[in-house]
Design a binder for this molecule. Structure first.
Ligand SMILES: [Zn+2]
Length: 340
């Protein structure tokens, strides 16, 4: 049983990762240790959702909330739908989500996820501010980030960067693919955030540099680099998404403890490349700097005032478009109807 992630923040999108004073930890829950999951809290209402072939149980602990339980459940369903669109199905069969109201606060205060808890392959606790609004929830990234954690095996501590990097990179891509976010917003956030993942003077590689910037943005930069490279090598027929779907299909989910290599080899087989294993061998034990200016230029992304402009004639413009392309069928998973 592992803590996969612990976040603090209520800001929209990846910007929240920058501002939120985020804390993240993997630790094993040992016998005799005080339970800090909240999973034994008394439940005042319980709701069941079926999304992407999975059953999600949403439980509310006691406490004041301005929003109705139905509104909160809809927000969770929408996040689960984004994850389902990205992965083709919801990655685990059953998940419990515990909503804990926090009196006097506004916004999503914290999300934390564990694998293999009380018979559920995944368990997520969301600490939700009493005065959270529907707008706060429509802009929220935390729950989608937490649900993305379901879709990768739990890794040794030194590879925690891969768990957080994936969740950081995939969360907005999944929301764009599901129609919940504009593509320009995530490229702007990546231009702002990815430099924080570049190596500093004391960098010793991803597995040996456990700073906040390397863990979240360094991990996300690895994922973006891998996605672009897979698409370059396959004529844009395959991407990181294909690799990640294959890892889930092989049983690589949060309730399993795997070495990273095992997951990467499965991902590479799915794309017919060696991109993930090769990049990991280069990045894990030595600092690697990405020429971000060149990458944005090749992808056809530039700043335009406070926004972003796309250049459709840039050499990798098609790759950029493919990364966030909406599946016309939404993989057979229609968007959930809005709760009145
Ligand atoms: Zn996380």
């Amino acid at each position: 049983m592992r803590v996969a992630c612990q976040l603090r923040g209520s800001q929209a999108l990846l910007l929240g990762l920058l501002l939120a004073g985020l804390a993240c930890a993997i630790r094993n829950a040992r016998a005799g240790q005080a339970d800090r999951t909240g999973r034994h809290l008394a439940i005042v209402s319980s709701h069941r959702l079926n999304v992407g072939g999975a059953e999600l149980q949403v439980d509310f602990a006691a406490g004041p909330l301005d929003l109705s339980p139905d509104e909160v459940v809809h927000w969770i369903e929408n996040a689960a739908h984004s994850v389902t669109v990205y992965y083709g199905r919801f990655p685990i069969a059953r998940q419990r989500i515990l909503v804990v109201p926090v009196e006097g606060e506004k916004g999503i205060v914290q999300g934390t996820s564990w694998g293999d808890m009380d018979g559920f392959p995944g368990f997520t606790r969301i600490r939700l501010g009493q005065h959270t609004t529907a707008k706060d929830m429509s802009e929220d990234w935390v729950i989608t980030h937490e649900l993305v954690h379901m879709a990768f095996p739990s890794l040794p501590d030194d590879q925690h960067w891969m768990e957080e990097g994936l969740a950081t990179y995939i969360e907005p891509v999944a929301r764009v693919q599901a129609g919940n976010l504009q593509a320009k917003q995530i490229w702007r956030d990546m231009m702002d955030g990815m430099p924080k993942g570049e190596p500093g003077p004391d960098d010793r590689g991803m597995d040996r540099t456990h700073t906040w910037g390397k863990t979240y943005w360094g991990g996300a930069l690895f994922c973006l680099t891998a996605d672009v490279e897979i698409r370059k090598q396959t004529g844009n027929r395959k991407g990181l998404q294909d690799a990640l779907r294959a890892i889930v299909a092989a049983g690589g989910t949060i309730d399993k403890d795997w070495p990273l290599q095992q997951a990467l080899e499965i991902g590479d087989r799915a794309t017919g490349t060696k991109v993930l294993v090769t990049l990991d061998s280069e990045w894990s034990m030595a600092p690697v700097r990405v020429d971000l200016d060149r990458l944005w230029s090749d992808l056809g992304v530039s700043r335009d005032g406070t926004g972003i402009a796309f250049d459709p004639k840039a050499p990798l413009a098609k790759i950029r478009e493919s990364i966030t392309a909406q599946d016309p069928e939404l993989n057979g998973n229609p968007r959930p109807a809005r709760v009145p």
